[in-house]
Each structure stands twice: as structure tokens, then as C-alpha cells.
Design a protein around this ligand. Structure first.
Ligand code: GAP
Length: 468
């Protein structure tokens, strides 16, 4: 028993320290900073620094190129973040997008009730919760208030509404009430509300997908686990519209294609990905099948993304709430039907942490610990780093600048480094995941060859400049 406890303690510390190492690297090297850092932070928000934004853009471009540009059956959309509030009435978010909130009567900290007890079910009552009586994670006491539903949508007022309108005359109050709008809690609804516009303008053949990448906002009760649960996040969402009779095979196809994407394009190892077939009682009420794709993060297994069969729930709700017909007419058979939907939905921040966890390695080189990010080439912020061997030799610097300009024109994502000694430059580029370092030395001036050093193996080869 003692041995098992000790082993799990070691395991916990190993994983926590790997996450700490990633957090520290991300801050040290300009990938990810706490949001509003200079003012002491803003819980649940994170800022991407110069290298982080390059990694993020590379991920977005990889996703967009794979799912939209390279396919004939997928199209892009970029809808507004603030949508007509009817959207959220129709989708059910106003009524049901809520977490169970509970407050400790002693220290007044607030928590998600479902995160405090094992096997929490949505139907749990305050009395049942109190019977289990978990300790408050903040003060350790067990004096709880009632479970209340907390809607996670951020609201705002749109238009010229003054704070005093909310307590003013009945007409002012009505103005204030009618001006309430929400920051979208998912990008998906911007797709459903544009389905008819797309069908009427480009008339795609079913099955077809509409893809969107963008910000979503959720007022999470307890943001946590670094960038895994944020109040402002970004989502990659696809709504794949299918004939109702073909949902099952389309689900399988999208599912398989997404797993290939995660492993081949994002570099995630299959052994770190686990699937959870969500049982009926845990699925959203509109979903007939959901698979959660879990990733083995350094701090434990967490949902990376989900694939859900949402039936015609959303389009039918849009039809009801808008009074517009959402039926699709088959171009060949003339059959009309409301398409059903398969929805793969992935968070950008969760994908970034999975990519970083997979890429982060420590090994030993020249008697020292080396930190290296073995990022796939398509995601690495820089593809090449160019350096003169010595920065005080103008002939080397001039030649290196010439090579740098040549590569920059061809590959764009090329960096220059002439700081410190060559060993230090290699370490820095290893840490930020640059796949190749190119060094210009005295031999270059004689034979137009350069040293190309590989990030993962540290092997060096001589290559002609015109073959780079
Ligand atoms: N349209 C369906 C939908 O939004 P979801 O399971 O609530 O479904 C989909 O979210 C994905 O978005 C999650 O699998 C996760 O990757 C990401 N996500 C959701 N909430 C998040 C949060 N608070 N912080 C970071 N990512 C989040």
C-alpha cells in the first residue's frame, strides 16, 4: 500500500513537473503569457507572444488547409462573435448552458459542484451533495450553500444603453433588457445561422461541411489546468451536413479522418489519444452519439475534442425561431429533407498544449541537459535559423545575410541569430523548435557550402547553398 502511494506521488510529481517545465518554457521563450500579466493577470485568459502566435497561426493554417482548402466538400465561414440573442434562445444556450455552482458558507469561495464529488450526476440535489459533504478545496470546511445553476454566457449591452437605464423607468428597463447580447459560447451557431445563406448562394451537394475557426467565451466558474479551461478560448468547428439515412457512415468517416489529422498533421502519438464513447446519460440531450477524444496531457487525461451527431436539432430550431425553411432539395432526386449534422469540435488551446506536451523533450548533449521542442515542421515557428560562425568577421556576416535573405524570400519563417556562441544558439533554437540551423563559416567563402544542423539528432551535414 505504502509503495503504491509512493509510486503515485512520484508519478504525480513527474507529470506536474513536466507541465511546469512547459509553462516555464512558454513564458521564457515568448510562446504564452498570462493574460493582462502586467496588472497581475486576469483569470482564465492567456496571451500568445511572438513565438506563440506563430505556432498558433501555423496550427490554424494547417487545419484550414487540411479541412477546407484541400477538400471539395468543405467551405469556410467567419461569422460575427456577437449574434442576435434569438440565436441562443433557439439553440437552448439561454436555458441550459449552465454549470452547477456551489458556495462555501465559510470562505465564500465558489466552485463547480460537479468537480467536488465523484460520479456527480446532473440530477443531484443540494441535500444529496451535503450528504457526501466534500471539504472546501480552499478552507477545508464543510459548510455549503445551495447548488444553483450558473449560465456561462458572458452578456453585454449592444447600443447606447446607460447603467442607470437598468433601474430607470419601465421603458428604460425595457430598452436595457432588449439590448442584452452575448459573446458567443461556441462558434457552431454562426454556422447554423448561415447554413441557408450558403445553400442559397453556392448550393453545395450534400454531404458538405461548413468550417469555422474563431473565439468563444465561457464564464467558467473555475478556469484551471493552464490553458485547458479558459474563459476566452478559440474553437475549430465543422458542421458536416448529411442525409439523415447516412449519418452513421459519415460519422465513422469524419472520425477516422480526424484521428489521421491529429496524428499525421499535429504530430500527436496514437498511444496518447484515447476515445470515450459517451454513454447516453452523459450526452447532450440533442446528441445521438458522441465520442470524446481524450489526450494524455502531462497533468492527466483530458478532453481534447469531441465528435457529436447532433441530428437536425440545430437546423430545426433555427427554422422554428426564424420562420425560414431549412430544408435541402437534392439536386438529382428532388427529395427534400432537413440535413442532419456531424460536428467535430476542437479547442485551439487544448490542441496547442497537446502539441507542446508531445514535442517537449529533455536529453543530454555535451554533458548538459538539453531542452528540445520536436515540433512537426509544419507547426514550428521558424523553419530555419541562419548564423555566421563568428559575428565579428564581416565577410562571414555578409555571406550569412545573403543566405538569410535568400531563404527568407523562399520560406518566410527564417530567423537570424548571431548572439552568444554557436552552442548557445543551437540550445535556444532547440528550445523553440527550429528544425534546421544553418551556419556560415570560412569554408562557405571557398566552396559555397554551409553546415546544416538537425534539431532532433544534432547531426551536421555540409550542403551547397543552392540546394537549401
Ligand atoms: N459546439 C460544440 C461545443 O462547443 P464543447 O464540448 O463545449 O462543444 C468543444 O467544446 C471543444 O472546445 C472542447 O472539446 C474543448 O477542446 C474546447 N473547449 C470548450 N470549452 C473550453 C474552455 N473553457 N477552454 C478551452 N477550451 C475549451
Amino acid at each position: 500500500m505504502k509503495l503504491a502511494l509512493w509510486a503515485s506521488f512520484l508519478c504525480y510529481n513527474f507529470y506536474m513537473s513536466k507541465l511546469d517545465d512547459i509553462v516555464s518554457l512558454c513564458k521564457r521563450r515568448g510562446f504564452i503569457f498570462p493574460g493582462s500579466d502586467v496588472y497581475g493577470g486576469m483569470a482564465g485568459t492567456w496571451d500568445f507572444g511572438p513565438l506563440g502566435v506563430m505556432l498558433k497561426n501555423n496550427l490554424v493554417n494547417t487545419w484550414w488547409s487540411h479541412w477546407v482548402d484541400q477538400r471539395d466538400d468543405m467551405f469556410g465561414i467567419d461569422a460575427a462573435i456577437i449574434m442576435n440573442p434569438t440565436t441562443w434562445e433557439a439553440s437552448g444556450h439561454t436555458a441550459t448552458f449552465a454549470d452547477p455552482l456551489i458556495e462555501c458558507n465559510e470562505c465564500h469561495s465558489r466552485f463547480r459542484a460537479d468537480k467536488l464529488v465523484d460520479g456527480y450526476s446532473e440530477s443531484i440535489t443540494t441535500e444529496e451533495f451535503k450528504a457526501i459533504n466534500p471539504a472546501c478545496p480552499n478552507c477545508g470546511k464543510t459548510n455549503w450553500g445551495s447548488i444553483r445553476k450558473f449560465n456561462m454566457m458572458f452578456s453585454t449591452h449592444v447600443g447606447a444603453v446607460l447603467p442607470e437605464d437598468e433601474s430607470g423607468s419601465e421603458s428604460d428597463k425595457e430598452l436595457a433588457r432588449r439590448s442584452i447580447a452575448y459573446l458567443r459560447p461556441e462558434t457552431a451557431q454562426g454556422i447554423f445561422t448561415n447554413y441557408k445563406n450558403v445553400v442559397d448562394t453556392i448550393y453545395p451537394s450534400v454531404p458538405f461541411g461548413l468550417c469555422q475557426f474563431g473565439k468563444s467565451f465561457r464564464n467558467e466558474i473555475s478556469p484551471r489546468d493552464y490553458i485547458l479551461r479558459d474563459r476566452e478560448c478559440s474553437q475549430f468547428e465543422i458542421e458536416y451536413f448529411v442525409h439523415p439515412n447516412t449519418w452513421a457512415e459519415n460519422f465513422e468517416t469524419i472520425h477516422k479522418e480526424y484521428l489521421d489529422f491529429l496524428t499525421n498533421k499535429l504530430g500527436l502519438k496514437a498511444e496518447n489519444i484515447h476515445e470515450l464513447e459517451v454513454p447516453e446519460e452523459d450526452r447532450a440531450f440533442y446528441s445521438k452519439r458522441t465520442i470524446d477524444i481524450m489526450y494524455n496531457y502531462p497533468n492527466g487525461e483530458e478532453e481534447l475534442m469531441g465528435i457529436a451527431y447532433r441530428t437536425d436539432y440545430d437546423l430545426s430550431n433555427v427554422a422554428k425561431a426564424s420562420g425560414k425553411n431549412m430544408e435541402y432539395r437534392d439536386k438529382i432526386t428532388g427529395e427534400t429533407f432537413v440535413p442532419h449534422v456531424i460536428e467535430p469540435s476542437m479547442g485551439l488551446e487544448r490542441a496547442i498544449l497537446a502539441i507542446l506536451s508531445e514535442a517537449y523533450y529533455e536529453d543530454e548533449m555535451d554533458g548538459e541537459t538539453r531542452v528540445v521542442l520536436k515540433l512537426p515542421e509544419n507547426l514550428a515557428p521558424y523553419k530555419f535559423c541562419v548564423s555566421p560562425l563568428l559575428k565579428n568577421k564581416p565577410e562571414l556576416v555578409d555571406k550569412a545575410r545573403e543566405v538569410y535573405n535568400q531563404l527568407k524570400a523562399k520560406y518566410t519563417f527564417v530567423t537570424w541569430d548571431d548572439s552568444g556562441n554557436i552552442g548557445k544558439r543551437y540550445r535556444k533554437q532547440d528550445e523553440i523548435g527550429t528544425p534546421k540551423c544553418i551556419v556560415i563559416d570560412f569554408d562557405t567563402l571557398e566552396d559555397d557550402t554551409v553546415t546544416v544542423r538537425d534539431r532532433d539528432t544534432a547531426e551536421q551535414v555540409r550542403v551547397k547553398i543552392n540546394e537549401l
